[in-house]
Design a binder for this molecule. Structure first.
Ligand SMILES: NC(=O)c1ccc[n+]([C@@H]2O[C@H](COP(=O)([O-])OP(=O)(O)OC[C@H]3O[C@@H](n4cnc5c(N)ncnc54)[C@H](O)[C@@H]3O)[C@@H](O)[C@H]2O)c1
Length: 330
């Protein structure tokens, strides 16, 4: 028996030809809504930590099926600490798309831009729904995900001042230079406390495992969003929050800032007031309140990556100049 398995090889440049930043944000929002509506099958991601074998990295396997797009796929994304020395980003991602009905490979898609942009879209969408005010923002972690976060936030939110905090002076300056001409003020900041105390929104998106934000620095009405892979804020920031929000409840108990609190038994699956997909799908309600402190952990799901990759693949079908195919059975 013979059959054809002609897959597309979609490069990072091709992805950016077919998908704009605004498209990426819209697709993340739509995908979260589908997730809230129960239209996505997505087991929790699993991590392969290679450090005990002497490899300085880890990667997550993030499979899912998206019914409204009728596509199956897996995002494989890792953090590689030695990449910086080679001039490569810390995060590296790829997305594999398959036909859900027969398993044939449809495309191998470079996931770098997709992953970075979907990560940045997350706090933009969360803040639109959860923040009481968006005038003053602190970003702790002026790396790549910090950059895409502010880029996407600038497309969706009206901001006046952004404090840029990072251990590295170079990272802060490079970050600020990328927003030359922005219609908000950027402050090169070495004092997390002063920045946080003045902020309506605080985002941590670092590679640190540390208390970067103290509870006493978080004012009433502030939205704190943690996105890094480890602990980034004092336990009391979570304990003293009036509202706790996440992108995915099950994953949040095993990852990032909430992992140690879940291990202490202080955070359980009943602790969450908002799961963003349910809110977007209209199955929960939340009205931003200037008196409430909101804590949100965004660990990231694989379905937005698969949805963006599939949209790029479909758009490549409409492009008569696209010519990057490979025959898996040949
Ligand atoms: N939640 C998600 O969906 C998601 C997606 C991708 C990556 N991540 C995570 O986001 C984090 C950042 O990734 P990235 O690609 O931007 O990495 P990056 O290396 O480009 O940037 C990280 C920045 O954090 C800074 N930093 C480290 N320790 C610090 C500290 N103690 N105080 C202040 N700044 C500090 C570094 O100087 C660097 O500029 C990682 O933990 C990564 O695993 C999360």
């Amino acid at each position: 028996m013979s059959f054809k398995e002609e897959a597309r090889l979609i490069t990072n440049a091709a992805v950016q030809k077919y998908i704009s930043v605004e498209d990426a944000i819209d697709i993340v929002e739509k995908t979260w809504t589908w997730f809230g509506n129960g239209e996505i099958i997505m087991p929790p991601k699993i991590t392969t930590d290679m450090s005990s074998a002497g490899v300085n990295g880890w990667f997550n396997s993030m499979p899912n099926y998206i019914k409204p797009l009728d596509i199956a796929g897996i995002k494989v994304v890792g953090g590689y600490s030695d990449n910086k020395k080679l001039g490569m980003p810390f995060i590296k991602a790829n997305v594999l798309l398959t036909d859900p009905h027969n398993g044939l490979l449809k495309a191998l898609v470079c996931g770098d831009w997709i992953s970075d942009m979907r990560t940045g879209a997350q706090p933009a969408i969360m803040a639109q729904r959860l923040a009481a005010k968006t005038d003053v923002v602190t970003i702790i972690g002026a790396g790549l995900q910090g950059y895409t976060s502010l880029l996407c936030m600038s497309k969706r939110l009206k901001m006046k001042k952004v404090y840029v905090c990072d251990l590295s002076e170079k990272a802060r300056l490079d970050f600020i230079s990328k927003f030359a001409g922005a219609d908000f003020e950027l402050v090169n900041c070495t004092d997390n406390e002063a920045a946080c105390k003045d902020s309506d929104i605080i985002i941590t998106v670092t590679t640190a495992d540390a208390d970067l934000v103290k509870a006493s620095w978080v004012k009433e009405g502030c939205l704190v969003m943690t996105m890094g892979s480890f602990k980034e804020v004092e336990f009391d920031v979570v304990r003293q929050a009036d509202v706790i929000a996440v992108d995915h409840i099950a994953q949040s108990l095993h990852r990032g800032n909430l992992k140690p609190l879940a291990e202490l038994g202080e955070i359980t699956e009943d602790s969450f007031d908002v799961e963003i997909g349910l809110l977007l799908a209209g199955k929960q309600t939340y009205v931003p309140d200037p008196k409430k402190r909101v804590y949100a952990q965004i660990v990231g799901m694989g379905c937005p990556d698969v949805a963006i990759a599939e949209t790029a693949r479909k758009r490549s079908e409409e492009d008569s100049t696209f010519n990057s195919f490979f025959d898996m059975q040949g």
